[in-house]
Design a protein around this ligand. Structure first.
Ligand SMILES: [Zn+2]
Length: 288
């Protein structure tokens, strides 16, 4: 069964200069939408789960089981990875127990020494179960854990210290932010990205806040070593706008449009279409 950790897919992405998309789950429709998109485009995929989604969707075990069962049901043949998005220490542990194939421990709110200690422990536990680990240095701007900030840049030396723990991939702030980008956003710091990559060697780097970064900047970041791009907000907006359109056109009042499956179908299709658009941008189509 192609339910895998992120090691092989990101190593291949790095070697061949494309990126694998990390798409956040929000509900059952998103599981279905992303798996169908990945299969249709023969692309590897990473399904991200935030703490909020984990609580909403019944915890890590429920989600891991659901993804695997859906993969069986939909006859998915491409590699699929379940990944914790910005996990706290406790969330990372819960996901390791719950059957996730990959976890992110985000210790960026701690001092670098405490981040290193906690990351080291997560790497030990995760690698013992063949689970890959993403760490973070330098808080990524926007709204992260309820804090709002404007695109910090990670210190390349600190990135090296974290990389040396044997993590599998690294999220490092290079001026990127979560959510919608403000009109006066100065753009990605490619100089910082290059400096981080120089210190971290072959380690795949992760670009968070992939929603709203101009396509050209995303492509350039991929050429400089980014092998995973996280997308959430754009897929959420696609889902919600399609749902709004369905209701505004009065389709929920026609025929069986009132059923929740009919109501959510346009959102599911829009999520899938947005996912495919991103896979094309990242160059992962046909890589599975
Ligand atoms: Zn993020």
């Amino acid at each position: 069964m192609p339910y895998v950790n992120a090691k092989e897919m990101l190593t291949d992405a790095k070697k061949n200069h494309y990126a694998v998309g990390h798409f956040n789950l929000n509900n059952m429709e998103s599981v279905r939408a992303f798996l169908l998109a990945a299969e249709e485009k023969k692309s590897p995929i990473i399904l991200g789960v935030s703490g909020g989604t984990a609580k909403y969707m019944g915890g890590y075990k429920t989600i891991a089981d659901m993804v695997r069962d859906f993969m069986d049901f939909l006859k998915i043949t491409v590699p699929v990875c379940t990944h914790v998005d910005h996990g706290t220490y406790e969330e990372a542990l819960a996901a390791i127990e719950g059957g996730f194939s990959s976890v992110m421990f985000d210790g960026s709110k701690y001092s670098i020494d405490e981040n290193i200690e906690k990351t080291r422990h997560i790497v030990e536990l995760a690698h013992a179960k063949n689970i890959t680990v993403e760490a973070e240095v330098g808080a990524i701007g926007g709204e992260e854990d309820g804090r709002i900030s404007m695109g910090e840049c990670a210190d390349p030396e600190q990135c090296k210290r974290i990389a040396d723990l044997g993590i599998d991939f690294l999220a490092a702030g290079i001026g990127n932010i979560h959510g919608k980008y403000p009109a006066n956003w100065p753009g990605l710091r490619f100089d910082v990205l290059a400096a981080i990559q120089e210190k971290t060697g072959d380690l795949p780097l992760v670009l968070h806040g992939g929603s709203g970064i101009p396509d050209e900047m995303v492509r350039k970041a991929i050429t400089l070593g980014v092998s995973k791009v996280n997308v959430n907000t754009e897929c959420q907006i696609a889902f919600t706008e399609a749902t709004r359109k369905f209701i505004e056109e009065g389709k929920d009042r026609e025929g069986r449009g009132f059923t929740p499956r009919a109501l959510l179908a346009p959102g599911l299709e829009a999520t899938k279409a947005k996912c495919i658009e991103k896979m094309e941008l990242f160059g992962s189509v046909g890589r599975a």
